[in-house]
Ligand binder design. Structure first.
Ligand code: TNX
Length: 775
């Protein structure tokens, strides 16, 4: 008996000692972001990454040495292991980095893992770098003395050769170190181009030696408007610029990470930074000041003054010395022509050049084309090419220009059809200054819009209306970070991440391999790395996602809830705050009475999430409803049932809670299923004047017992919108004597003639409608 106690104790000790010295083991996972195009898992023993592994590369190639250094740093950062890349003795387990892969795509790589070696072969050093990124992202974030890499063969190459991220440093300025962090963020997502928006109305941010006023005066504004042009200012002087030395340092830092920096000098509009210093370059002669608010200024460079082009040439001469990129971005966006129309010099120039208007272009647009064309010639002479925002199509495109399509994809499509290259960066998919959730009340102020991770992910940059040859002109995709409402770098990170992960897959991964729910499965591992580096990322992907589907046959609204990590969801339907004792969500909730849905997940302290949704059911709710006029395709979402689903939309018209009619009216018939009595109708509309979204011009209700002959029982006309009528949600009420009927027709007519005060006067407006409530 004593002997057996002794033996057991010994055994326990041995187990304990073994456990103590048992290396912490972790597993690599190749399902990274962006997803490689081909991952084939091999049968065979894994490669065990332990501290005796060595990295081997061609030591006479400085780019490869840097690649090896990056890899060694990544491994150290994530696992704590020191993997040196100096001497690799024969027979040792090695990570081999080499070029020489036979591929037409210079950024392609192959990553092979066997029990003996990990081999990354790139078509170039850049390809090796992307292989390293994949290996890096496969590593778990956990201190581990052994990482097991399953045998695999990965063949990968990017879909697009231009994979860009933009940053506006004019509206807000970011320090050199922050720009470097931004570049690190880009590299981690396989982005290869940094579009650096260096000049704008609110500040000129790059030193130009020939014109010191640009930074002495043009980089400083006396204060900044508070909020969205509220008319109130903070009274705090603001400024900052990069010296040429610093800019070169950034270029070199980016180059080490295979990222090209493309500078943008925005012209001839967005030039107040320069005009404040050199007022003689403006049509009115000034004085001008660096702008303290946001928007589009009428003060632009005078295109009739030859000094303006001379100035541009002198600036560009220095810019090309700092930035070796093939492309230089010359802006070209949002240049109002109001002053050119009145300016003698501009009008004289138009005559001298013999410019003529036609049915597509005004003479002033022609003048802009002349100006951009001149800038293009200057750069072409130096062996560079221009990129311009899609406005440069307007007066006829400069001969060798590449178009950056931001006002939707139309500009990119047009450019491709004309045989020009284009980069897609449409607002509705790629503007990271937009809100990332419809729940904007809890968000820091943003410019507006609605761009959740999912919408970014679903972007397809090569629309099928293009032929294969035209599609090849869509050379890439970029997301833009305009910083009017991002006062510091932490905020930039919050707006960029994790949407950058979604755009990286649009840029890198073949369309056929893309799958949003699969992407979501892979995202938490990427976010682990954001956490490790203390990046400030948005957490909306961890929220409870809810999906609502109306079943008019059963008279229910079916609610499904989900989370990215399949966390347990607790919920109530009576508005009380759920706790761990509340009902656990397991399957679709079929709701047939007014409810106040509240749901929570309880994770760690900062990753909890709550959902709150009031479902208000009225006589018309969840009843069979038919639209007699077409819903606008772009804003159809779940269709006509949106109007009777018991869910209310907020001022975000893109949330899916609203449907739109354009050049048509809302005319719907609700079948109540049986004769019912009612005396009140409510219809809500959403107004956003500058997006051409206007209120209804009339509301009417008609009833019928046979769905054929309808009788109007109430109606009201609504006045046209005024310039200062508020935007947002509006509820229209019609009251009438008690009526009994089974079929109810509700009509809301749209604005067909936008009033004089609006830029789109004379056009039709969109009508956005949501809940119809009959009581
Ligand atoms: C339009 S996109 C602009 C920028 C603003 C941005 C805000 C473009 C070429 N011009 O000046 O910052 O909208 O979303």
């Amino acid at each position: 008996m004593r002997k057996s106690i002794f033996l057991t104790t010994c055994l326990l000790c041995i187990t304990f000692i073994c456990q103590a010295i048992d290396p912490t083991k972790a597993q690599a996972d190749y399902n990274v972001i962006p997803l490689p195009n081909e991952i084939s898992v091999q049968h065979g023993p894994s490669f065990l990454l332990t501290s005796d592994v060595r990295i081997e590369c061609a030591t006479q190639n400085s780019m490869m040495i840097r690649n090896a250094q990056f890899l060694s740093n990544y491994i150290k950062e994530k696992t704590g292991q020191n993997i040196s890349f100096k001497a690799a003795r024969a027979g040792k387990k090695r990570i081999i980095l080499k070029t020489g892969l036979n591929s037409t795509n210079p950024e392609a790589y192959q990553l092979i893992v066997t029990s003996k070696h990990i081999t990354i072969t790139g078509a170039s050093e850049a390809g090796v770098f992307y292989g390293i990124q994949t290996l890096h992202k496969s590593l778990p974030v956990s201190p581990s003395s052994v990482v097991e890499f399953p045998s695999v063969a990965i063949n990968d190459a990017p879909r697009f050769k231009y994979r860009g991220m933009h940053l506006d440093v004019s509206r807000h300025f970011f320090a050199v170190e922050e720009i470097k962090t931004y570049i690190d963020m880009l590299a981690f997502h396989n982005v290869n181009t940094f579009h650096w928006h260096l000049t704008d109305d609110q500040g000129w941010r790059i030193e130009i030696k020939k014109h010191p006023g640009l930074t002495e005066i043009g980089s400083k504004r006396k204060e900044t408007v508070i909020g969205q042009n509220t008319g109130k200012y903070d009274g705090i002087p603001y400024g900052g610029y990069y010296t040429q030395e610093q800019a070169k340092e950034i270029v070199a830092y980016a180059k080490d990470r295979f990222i090209t920096v493309i500078p943008e000098i925005d012209m001839p509009g967005h030039m107040l930074g320069a005009l404040a210093a050199y007022p003689e370059l403006g049509c009115t002669g000034g004085p001008y000041e660096v702008w303290t608010k946001w928007g589009v200024s009428d003060n632009v460079l005078c295109a009739g003054n030859d000094q303006s082009l001379k100035f541009v040439e002198e600036v560009l001469n220095e810019i090309v010395e700092i930035f070796p990129s093939k492309y230089i971005h010359i802006g070209g966006d949002e240049c109002p022509k109001t002053q050119w129309k009145k300016c003698d010099k501009c009008q004289q120039k138009i005559k001298d050049l013999g410019l003529h208007a036609d049915d597509k272009h005004t003479v002033e647009e022609r003048l802009q084309s002349y100006f951009i064309g001149a800038a293009e010639k200057m750069l072409n002479k130096k062996g560079r090419s221009i990129i311009g925002w899609d406005e440069i199509l307007e007066g006829g495109i400069a001969p060798n220009a590449t178009i950056m399509s931001w006002r939707g994809t139309r500009g990119g499509i047009e450019a491709a059809k004309q045989g020009h290259d284009a980069i897609m960066t449409p607002q509705s998919f790629a503007y990271f200054d937009y809100y990332q959730t419809s729940n904007t009340e809890l968000e820091p102020l943003a410019i507006g819009g609605f761009l959740p991770v999912e919408n970014v992910y679903k972007f397809e940059p090569q629309p099928n209306i293009l032929t294969e040859k035209e599609k090849a002109h869509i050379i890439g995709v970029q997301a833009n970070v305009w910083t009017e409402y991002m006062p510091n770098f932490k905020h930039v990170q919050y707006m960029a991440m994790p949407r950058i992960a979604a755009i990286s897959e649009v840029q890198w991964t073949q369309a056929i391999k893309k799958d949003y729910s699969n992407f979501l499965n892979r995202l938490p591992r990427l976010i682990d790395y954001y956490k490790l580096l203390n990046y400030n990322y948005a957490k909306h992907v961890y929220n409870i996602t809810s999906d609502y589907n109306v079943n008019t046959q059963k008279g229910t609204i079916d609610v499904s809830l989900s989370t990215i990590d399949k966390a347990r969801i607790f919920y109530t339907l009576d508005g009380s705050i759920p706790t761990e004792n509340s009902a656990v969500y397991t399957d679709t909730l079929k709701i047939n009475e007014s409810s106040k849905l509240r749901a929570i997940i309880i994770r760690g302290k900062d990753d909890s999430s709550t959902l709150s949704e009031d479902i208000s059911l009225r006589k018309s709710s969840l009843k069979k409803t038919t639209a007699l006029q077409p819903i606008n395709k772009e804003y159809e979402f779940k269709g006509v049932t949106t109007l009777i689903d018991g869910l209310k939309g907020n001022s975000n018209y893109k949330s899916g809670r609203w449907i739109a009619f354009y050049k048509n009216d809302m005319e719907v018939v609700i079948d109540l299923g049986q004769t019912m009595s009612f005396q009140k109708l409510e219809v809500t509309t959403c107004i956003s004047k500058y997006q051409w979204i206007f209120d209804a011009r009339s509301i009417a209700i008609e009833v019928s017992s046979d769905n054929t002959t309808f009788t109007r029982i109430a109606s009201k006309d609504l006045p046209p919108l005024e310039k200062n009528s508020p935007n947002g949600v509006k509820t229209h009420l019609l009251e009438f004597p008690v009526s009994n009927a089974r079929y109810v027709k509700v009509i809301a007519t749209s604005e067909k003639n936008i009033p004089e005060w609006h830029g789109a006067k004379g056009n039709s407006a969109y009508l956005f409608v949501d809940e119809i409530s009959l009581n």
